[in-house]
Design a protein around this ligand. Structure first.
Ligand code: SF4
Ligand code: SF4
Length: 316
């Protein structure tokens, strides 16, 4: 198992793996967050469950590569027999999972799956969906995963209307032993303004303070990522896959490259120049760049740029 204490940057952790697939495995979710990226969460994608775990493994193995799978949804734990799928794939393909860690399969997964080759569990605490009782259950779930030996980090989406309570929520979680919790900037529109660019200076200060509570920060850029014209390996060794198995170079440009399961897979053998004005692939996008940015520099720069623009806007 990887010891997350060894890493002050998950970017370094994920850089160890050469081939990556960001896999949106399903749509269904038990939550209904206002800021959800996949508003199809109310019903499951009909393709879910079409292939058995063995068929999926065979398709991945046929590529001749070991893939680092970044599995998200919807809520991946609601994928039918998710534990079985993960146990089938993980000896060959390391897995990172993004989950809300509060659904009917959270506890059974921890008991049925061992942490080997699970690189990281990203557990999002969607505070607007929780009561105090359910938040305490979320915290118990976190401790169960820690006890079982999983590397786990909790993300808290800093939705603009939560700023009155964010610090209290962090304090509460810390007091209850949640060691690895990081603010995750909201990306999207709130009251007609685009975020994360429109966080105020006070809000950024709060986010910055909370980020420094843990040395284990993940990249949370405060600015849109722009890599237009840079050489990117998306399409060569980094991909995005949907519930049907359709493969795209990345989730921003979505250049179709066939299907993982029907024999039409057609991967490029050279990097391409990015054509997108903004890269929405975040961590996966940066990992895919041929000349990867240095995370520390990028983080400092994004904050510095943001403060500069605020300074100009407010003449401070
Ligand atoms: S938990 Fe995640 S997938 Fe589910 S509604 Fe919230 S943001 Fe969307
Ligand atoms: S930089 Fe981002 S948007 Fe551009 S090709 Fe790479 S992953 Fe896609």
């Amino acid at each position: 198992m990887l010891d997350i204490n060894e890493y002050n940057d998950f970017f370094k952790l994920f850089s160890q793996y050469e081939n990556r697939i960001g896999w949106r495995i399903n749509d269904l979710c038990n939550f209904k967050c206002v800021y959800c990226f996949s508003p199809a969460y109310v019903k499951e994608d009909p393709a879910v469950g079409r292939y058995t775990p063995d068929e999926i493994l065979e398709a991945f193995n046929k590529t001749g590569r070991s893939w680092h799978l970044f599995i998200g949804g919807g809520e991946p734990f609601l994928y039918p027999n998710f534990s079985k799928l993960v146990n089938t794939l993980k000896p060959f393909h390391p897995i990172q999972i993004s989950t809300n860690l509060y659904n009917k399969n959270t506890i059974s997964f921890a008991n049925e799956v061992t942490p080997e080759n699970i690189t990281l569990i990203n557990a999002s605490v969607h505070i607007g969906q929780h009561t105090e009782k359910s938040l305490l259950q979320f915290i118990n779930n976190y401790h169960l995963y820690v006890e079982k030996g999983f590397s786990i980090v909790v993300n808290y989406v800093t939705y603009p209307n939560l700023f009155k309570k964010i610090q209290e929520d962090f304090k509460f979680m810390k007091q209850h032993g949640v060691e690895f919790i990081v603010p995750k900037p909201f990306i999207g529109l709130y009251e007609g303004k685009e975020y994360p660019q429109n966080y105020t200076r006070e809000q950024l200060d709060i986010i910055n303070d909370l980020r420094s509570l843990t040395p284990n920060e993940r990249l949370n850029s405060m600015k849109k990522l722009k890599f237009k014209n840079q050489l990117c390996n998306a399409g060569k060794n980094s991909f995005s896959m949907d519930p049907k198995g359709d493969i795209f170079n990345c989730s921003t440009i979505r250049k179709p490259l066939g299907n993982m399961f029907d024999g039409t897979l057609n991967l490029s053998d050279s990097p391409m120049r990015c054509t997108a004005d903004v890269c929405n692939d975040n961590c996966l996008g940066m990992l895919s760049l041929v000349n990867k940015p240095k995370m520390e520099n990028l983080r400092k720069k994004t904050f510095a740029d943001h403060y500069q623009s605020l300074k100009e806007a407010f003449s401070i």
